[in-house]
Design a protein around this ligand. Structure first.
Ligand SMILES: *Cc1c(COP(=O)(O)O)cnc(C)c1O
Length: 465
């Protein structure tokens, strides 16, 4: 393909993109596809001769698009949002086109320097103290793994990487029983082991980790000869939005010299609204590491996960490696690949810059405040349905409910709702019972879109009786 053809196709794809997004409300949110249906339409071996872009795009429309679930649909209320506001898509198109590897300062100075400034803009937007620096990672899972590796190395006097872990006893990491599965996986991959991830029970209106139990667990582990290495706190757990009381946890961490990581992958975006910080983030500035995903609620196209670090030295001591061919000369510069596990890096900061400049913090705050308010309205409406029960009250814009009947009835209702296609919800579990989750956070959703959930619940509930 030559670059004139590239320009032509790019224009066509831009027009396609606008039509796709404006037409989303008429499509079912969740793909209505059977397993194997898409693969069956693809040739089983690659073409020997090149094909025309027109033919490729035609098949994209005919074969691929019917098998897509529409995450940018205004009535997407499943999982968590994965927003891609139009300016961040444009930034991503530019990044894709320049296609630079941004692993070192000198491999694209602008990427490193824009990243440094964007991390600091977001630090200010979230009200975090001066002094935090940070790095943009692909996902919260990677940031959490980096933090867990740092806990491991710090607790072993930075000898784990060199010597391995055998003979080092049991390193222990603490979190609540409401954390995301990425915390378990980080402990598997870091060699800590699932059995050494100590999950503490929760209580209170926001299902916060019980600090007395945490303290008792740390003391018991020390008495047993284990090595406490770190605490992972959470703001806005995936299941029901569980959020820890940070101040007492951080007091405890300080007393026991434990490294702390905060998983705010979803709810971190809401902290751009100062009024939520008092409830959720009192004391946050003592966390050693904090992760939040601008690629969820805030509106930055996937992938974009920011890890803030109070002091980057422990993570750099854990992850930095400098073979000869990566050495840079001259003035001191930041090489972000030394802060993370992968070497290669995309230029992710550009889409943050485009988003923040296009909407301003006020534009983004208004969206998040609306989502929280509308989730509350919908929750009250569902509470009023005969026999329905709110299981977990709204935490920010996430709540859960049950319809009358057993667990199987909950699944029947979720499946019926998603087969209907007007909205998309997912199920979860709480206290050993199946729940139906609702989160409001799609970038362009309206109050009317949100209240459609009520209509669809009523319609489908009647159908499955
Ligand atoms: C989504 C989510 C994660 C995982 O995020 P990835 O970026 O997909 O790795 C972790 N923790 C919480 C609370 C989340 O909501």
């Amino acid at each position: 393909m030559n670059w004139d053809e590239f320009a032509e196709w790019s224009k066509q794809i831009a027009d396609w993109g606008a039509a796709y997004h404006t037409g989303l409300p008429d499509r079912p949110v969740r793909a209505q596809t059977k397993p194997g249906e898409i693969a069956a339409q693809l040739p089983s071996s690659p073409p020997q001769q090149g094909e025309d872009m027109a033919a490729i795009l035609k098949d994209f429309d005919a074969i691929v698009m019917p098998g897509m679930t529409h995450w940018q649909h205004p009535r997407f209320f499943a999982y968590f949002p994965s927003n891609a506001a139009p300016p961040s898509i444009l930034a991503e198109q530019l990044v894709n086109t320049v296609a630079a590897q941004c692993m070192l300062w000198q491999t694209s100075p602008a990427a490193t320097e824009v990243e440094g400034v964007m991390v600091d803009w977001l630090r200010q937007a979230l009200g975090l103290a001066e002094g935090y620096t940070g790095v943009i990672q692909d996902s919260a899972s990677s940031a959490t793994l980096s933090a867990v590796l740092t806990m491991r190395e710090r607790a072993t006097g930075y000898t784990g990487n060199r010597e391995g872990l055998s003979g080092k006893g049991h390193l222990r990491i603490y979190c609540s029983d409401q954390v995301h599965s990425s915390i378990d996986r980080a402990c598997w991959v870091a060699g800590i082991g699932q059995d050494n991830l100590v999950k503490i029970g929760t209580n209170g209106p926001r299902h916060a980790m019980d600090v007395a139990s945490l303290e008792a667990a740390i003391a018991a582990d020390r008495a047993a000869g284990h090595t406490p290495a770190g605490i992972i706190a959470i703001t806005g757990g995936t299941g029901i939005g569980a959020s820890d009381d940070l101040a007492p946890i951080l007091d405890l961490a300080q007393r026991h010299d434990l490294y702390t990581h905060l998983d705010a992958a979803w709810a971190g975006s809401a902290m751009i609204c100062p009024e939520f910080r008092e409830t959720f983030w009192t004391g946050v500035d003592r966390c050693d590491s904090i992760v939040f995903n601008p690629h969820k609620w805030l509106g930055v196209q996937f992938d974009c996960s920011v890890q803030f670090l109070r002091d980057p030295a422990p993570q750099l001591n854990t992850l930095k490696i400098e073979p000869e061919y990566l050495k840079t000369t001259g003035a001191a510069v930041t090489n972000y690949s030394e802060w993370t596990i992968p070497l290669g890096r995309r230029f992710r900061a550009l889409k943050i810059w485009f988003l923040l400049r296009s909407y301003g913090l006020e534009g983004l705050q208004t969206r998040i405040r609306n989502h929280v308010a509308w989730a509350g309205d919908l929750c009250e409406a569902i509470r009023g349905l005969d026999g329905f029960e709110i299981v977990t009250e709204p935490i920010l814009s996430l709540f859960s409910f049950r319809c009358p009947g057993d667990d199987a009835a909950q699944q029947r209702l979720v499946d019926a709702i998603n087969d209907d296609g007007r909205v998309y919800l997912t199920q979860g579990a709480f206290d050993g019972r199946k729940i139906i989750r609702v989160q409001v956070g799609q970038f362009d959703t309206t109050r009317e879109d949100v209240m459609t959930v009520l209509t669809v619940i009523q319609d489908t509930w009647e159908q499955i009786q």
